[in-house]
Design a protein around this ligand. Structure first.
Ligand SMILES: [Zn+2]
Length: 289
């Protein structure tokens, strides 16, 4: 299999498929995600947010991913998800991450462009191989179960990322990947599907910017919206809340089945099982298998 991150992204464009990006806090989720990606023979992105990387460790996450990529000779990449400062960007660079998201989406457009441009220049000066993603349009910041739309999140058509803003942002910051607000939200609703995506906007932005496009907040989005978004030009899709929910559900089930068990691996295999189901369903859909 191709092991080059850039040509894999190009290939996804030609084949009209998307690469799955799944977040981890521990090695349980990592093992589940990698096993499914290998089974389906598809590349995969592993993500750590600042909180997740703080828990597992930047260097430790990088060492784990690298060891699996080498052992299995499989394209598994590590992404520093939503880095909000140059300090965390630096930690990811030094640890050896394959890609880094600088997230200035809460800033005003001018400030976001300035901060993202600085992050791109900083990262490329340290290691030009690292891919840098920029974010435009605020979609909430936590992978949680939602009761309401996160405060300040762009969800109405007038608040979504415009074609003009996207073009300017990509040109001026020189990011490698771009993530817009197109009706997507971080987090997922407890009892209903997330809001619908604006497929037309995705298509229009993609036609103008031409670089790979990333869809955040994939948890809770309906299958038909994913299919349409991929068709419209989305190359990478992020899933986090569904992984977290599966982790907890799997663990809870085992705790109930085995109230006296104390061996972590005999309890956490419940999480592994549930996470694998989520990853399998998503990756088969994204890669159209
Ligand atoms: Zn995200």
């Amino acid at each position: 299999m191709d092991m080059d991150i850039r040509s894999i992204l190009q290939e996804s464009e030609q084949k009209k498929i998307a690469i799955g990006h799944f977040n981890i806090s521990d090695s349980v989720a990592l093992h589940a995600i990698v096993a499914v990606a290998r089974k389906l023979n598809v590349p995969v992105f592993i993500g750590t947010s600042e909180g997740e990387a703080g828990f597992i460790g930047y260097k430790q996450a990088a060492a784990l991913v690298k060891s699996m990529r080498e052992e299995f000779n499989h394209p598994i990449f590590l992404n520093a998800d939503h880095s909000h400062s140059i300090e965390t960007v630096k930690q990811a660079v030094e640890a050896g991450y394959d890609s880094i998201i600088f997230d200035g989406s809460k800033l005003l457009l001018e400030d976001n462009i300035k901060a993202t441009k600085y992050a791109v220049e900083f990262i490329k000066s340290k290691n030009p191989d690292i891919l840098v993603e920029g974010e435009l349009g605020y979609i909430g910041s936590s992978s949680v179960l939602l009761d309401d739309i996160p405060e300040g999140a762009a969800i109405e058509e007038k608040d979504l990322t415009t074609i003009e803003e996207a073009t300017r942002f990509v040109q001026e910051t020189k990011v490698d990947l771009f993530s817009p607000a197109v009706g997507n939200l971080h987090g997922m609703f407890k009892h209903i599907s997330n809001p619908r995506l604006n497929i037309e906007r995705i298509k229009q932005i993609k036609e103008t910017i031409t670089i790979p496009m990333v869809l955040h907040g994939g948890s809770g989005i309906q299958d038909e919206d994913f299919v349409a978004a991929i068709e419209a030009g989305v190359n990478v899709i992020h899933i986090n809340t569904e992984i977290r929910r599966a982790w907890r559900a799997g663990l809870e089930a085992r705790l109930q089945e085995k109230p006296d068990e104390v061996a972590p691996y005999k309890l956490l295999d419940g999480s592994l099982e549930k996470i694998s189901e989520v990853v399998y369903n998503r990756l088969t859909l994204f890669s159209r298998q």
